[in-house]
Design a protein around this ligand. Sequence first.
Ligand code: MG
Length: 247
Amino acid sequence: MNRPLLTVACLLGIAPVFAQDGGDPARDPAKTEVWTPVPAVVATPPGRAPSDAIVLFDGKDLSRWESEQGGPVPWTVADGALTVVPGSKGIRTRQHFCDVQLHVEWRTPTATTGFDGQHRGNSGIFLQEVYELQVLDSYNNPTYANGQAGSMYKQAIPLVNASRAPGEWQAYDIIWKAPRFSAGGGLTSPARITVLHNGVLVQDDTVLAGKTEYIGAPSYAPHACAPLYLQEHDARVSYRNIWVREL
Ligand code: MG
């Protein structure tokens, strides 16, 4: 394209796409533009759940939860937080989930004197009821590394310790890929998890060897989609702003 024509094209708003390419159609940038499918619009208001998420706990409503024994949640709700009652039981969602994106905020107690290691601020987020992402006060609180905050309990040490001080709210953002089983019950694909702790990567597409075990080696047993479960482990750990997106 000569200069006067190029100037006219620019003035008319016509992009001279082939000007540098000798008119070669194979160099047309539009050939690598993909316009469909158009991603769905998701609203992301600051500090709140995305518009396509299932809000599991909004600070007040416990209707999506039940005791692990069935029946009402035995924990307390106050000031927008759900707090473990020591000596009660864990709680689980009524809904069952497989692959999810999960956001959970949690806070461990400020009373730490006399509580060390696994006894300080212990709770846990269990994916599909049997795979524990550890919740623990790991701020200046040594314990076995595969049992600290951000670990997949006794299977995977977190990449770093991103813990905040007790009494401060912390966040987990989790991508969970459920294990797959054949019709005969064999494992066809193990569970995988990615976790951000306070925005920092601590589990990077970690492959699990099976369900969480306190004693002995993990192994798989076939199962379907299952509830999300929050552990009661004698500590007054609090939760808030829990939401999930099914993937
Ligand atoms: Mg725990």
